[in-house]
Write a protein that binds this ligand. Structure first.
Ligand SMILES: CCCCCCC/C=C/C(=O)SCCNC(=O)CCNC(=O)[C@H](O)C(C)(C)COP(=O)(O)OP(=O)(O)OC[C@H]1O[C@@H](n2cnc3c(N)ncnc32)[C@H](O)[C@@H]1OP(=O)(O)O
Length: 304
């Protein structure tokens, strides 16, 4: 399997820079009365992701900072996996909240430029990184909460669906869903499985066939997200939900999570290379490349 060495090499090459070891403005520091000693907070950052871990609560905040739209490029996915692995191996960390540092967009999904006009080798490397991101996030032992502070189509929706809980800003201009069919492409079986596990078979089947994107209030109606809050309450709400989930013993929660998700994870692990080959042969078809080019053109025209 070429997958593991390739990603491992990219991880080894990538520099993750420690930023500081004291509290930052988003967590306890913001709530702590003045004059009291502050619990330590560790932060690290790479080019596209910023992580702050509050050691006293065991909660990390991972912020996506890859403007203009937090698209899931190969570099983004590699940095995401490195950051998640660091937290997973850190005994001080029990939960992660994911949010965007880019206004109005949580993530625009897979970076279309990684799937268009590139070599077969590139498509294979990119797809392995997408698989790796999902395997690590869906299979994480930590409590994972998506604080969806903007639109979140396709791969962005998958990130949110892979978490344990989703809180979205109540703005109806923000939409979420697996819209792959609108691009003329097909969500793979493990995107579908993850979706079915959240919303059920019927809603997933209809939404996938139509490539539906749902405004936040509609997404709430059928459980694609768990709750809506005003933007200014999002962080506070995510911390409160996290505290609820962390109140349980880790081992009981982790074993339960694994019981619920194992079959779906195992299915990709068992067919990983086949899934890569399937993606490469699908995405390199001229008809699919044409659809992607037209979609990118449509995005550009929408602006003018
Ligand atoms: C057998 C296997 C089959 C294959 C399975 C593949 C599964 C695929 C999963 C995916 O995730 S595909 C990607 C789907 N994503 C989308 O459809 C979102 C597209 N983007 C938008 O709808 C909008 O950009 C937005 C996110 C709602 C933001 O709108 P806004 O008006 O704020 O910004 P824009 O002007 O539209 O975009 C700015 C800039 O960014 C470029 N861009 C947007 N999204 C992507 C993307 N996903 N990948 C790459 N680039 C993207 C956009 O073209 C603009 O570029 P410039 O014109 O400024 O150069």
């Amino acid at each position: 399997m070429a997958a593991v060495p390739t990603l491992a090499r990219r991880i080894a090459r990538s520099g993750v820079r420690p930023l500081c070891r004291w509290p930052l403005a988003w967590g306890r520091a913001a709530r702590q009365p003045p004059g009291l000693p502050l619990a330590p907070c560790r932060a690290f950052s790479n080019n596209k992701i910023l992580v702050e871990l509050d050691e006293s609560s065991g909660v990390a905040m991972m912020k996506f900072k890859s403007p203009p739209v937090n698209s899931l490029s190969l570099d983004f996915l590699t940095e995401f996996c490195i950051s998640l692995e660091k937290l997973e191996n850190d005994r001080a960390c029990r939960g992660v909240i994911f949010a965007s540092a880019v206004p109005r967009i949580f993530s625009s999904g897979l970076d279309i430029t990684e799937m268009s006009g590139k070599s077969m080798e590139h498509y294979a490397e990119f797809w392995r990184a997408v698989q790796e991101m999902w395997l690590r996030l869906y299979g994480s032992n930590m409590v994972t909460i998506a604080a969806v502070n903007g639109s979140s189509p396709a791969g962005g929706c998958l990130v949110a669906l892979s978490c344990d809980y989703r809180i979205m800003v109540e703005n109806p201009k923000f939409s979420i869903g697996l819209n792959e069919a609108q691009l003329g492409i097909v969500a793979p079986f493990w995107f579908k499985d993850t979706f079915v596990n959240v919303v059920g078979h019927r809603i997933a089947e209809r939404s996938l066939q139509l490539g539906s994107l749902y405004p936040a209030p509609e997404a709430l109606k059928f459980g694609l997200v768990d709750e809506l809050v005003p933007e200014e309450k999002l962080q506070e709400k995510a911390m409160a939900v996290m505290a609820q989930w962390l109140a349980l013993p880790d081992h009981a929660r982790q074993l339960t999570k694994s019981m619920m998700r194992k079959a779906v994870l195992d299915r990709l692990v068992a067919h990983r290379e086949e899934d890569v080959q399937n993606f490469v042969s699908f995405i390199s078809k001229e008809s699919i490349q044409k659809s992607l080019r037209m979609y990118m053109e449509m995005l550009k025209k929408k602006k003018s």
